[in-house]
Design a protein around this ligand. Structure first.
Ligand SMILES: [Zn+2]
Length: 213
């Protein structure tokens, strides 16, 4: 039997050509898959090997490129910390590297932008503190101002801003008192200090005992 592919003579019983491996008989419909020749296997093996080599090369090149970038970024950071470089050039360089390496961004890396943010936050904090102090001073000033109140009920004058404090004397309703200082007490109460240093409850959660005049 002649091979239809290479014309070599083969045994009648052979299914495939001994020279090129081509099928000698019409293919069995039950076995639609063509058997691959040795050459086919060789080609597949070479292609696979090439693909593996290319993948390895790409991986090695990519990792070394990334490491190089990291080193450069770290060098730039060190320099920015130790020496006073031209800040505008430094910013551009670092931002370039930073953009390229964004996927590998390390949260611990302190970039100049972060430093600026920190400074901004610190100044914000200082301003907040200033405002707080100002408010406190205003509060003090206000509380130190003398105000005249009228009693809405019969009131008890105590030696401390507390319901359990010792009783000094009593006031009738509609009496006038001068409060020199206020202070918060228990039960949501506000106490006023009189000129003699004793205390009177201005209001609590239940009632307003003194009305400003
Ligand atoms: Zn053949």
């Amino acid at each position: 039997m002649k091979c239809p592919n290479c014309d070599k003579e083969n045994l009648e019983t052979s299914t495939y050509c001994k020279a090129c491996g081509a099928p000698l008989k019409p293919e069995d419909p039950k076995k639609p898959k063509k058997k691959l020749s040795k050459e086919d296997y060789k080609i597949i093996a070479i292609i696979t090997l090439l693909v593996i080599i290319i993948i390895l090369l790409v991986v090695i090149l990519t990792s070394s490129f990334k490491n190089g970038n990291k080193d450069r970024v770290e060098d730039a950071n060190k320099q920015s910390e130790t020496t006073e470089m031209d800040e505008s050039t430094l910013d551009v360089d670092i931002n370039e590297y930073f953009d390229q390496d964004k996927k590998d961004e390390k949260p611990s890396q302190v970039m100049p932008n972060d430093k600026e943010d920190k400074k901004d936050k610190e100044t914000d904090k200082k301003e907040d503190k200033k405002e707080e102090v100002k408010k406190e001073e205003e509060k003090k000033e206000e509380s130190s101002k003398q105000k005249t109140y009228v009693t809405n009920y019969g009131m008890t004058i105590r030696n401390n801003p507390d319901y359990d404090a010792g009783i000094e004397r009593y006031l009738d309703p509609s009496e006038t008192v001068v409060i020199v200082k206020t202070q918060d007490g228990s039960n949501g109460s506000t106490w006023g200090q009189l000129e003699d240093g004793n205390w009177i409850c201005i209001q609590d959660n239940n009632l307003i005992y003194l009305s400003e005049q």
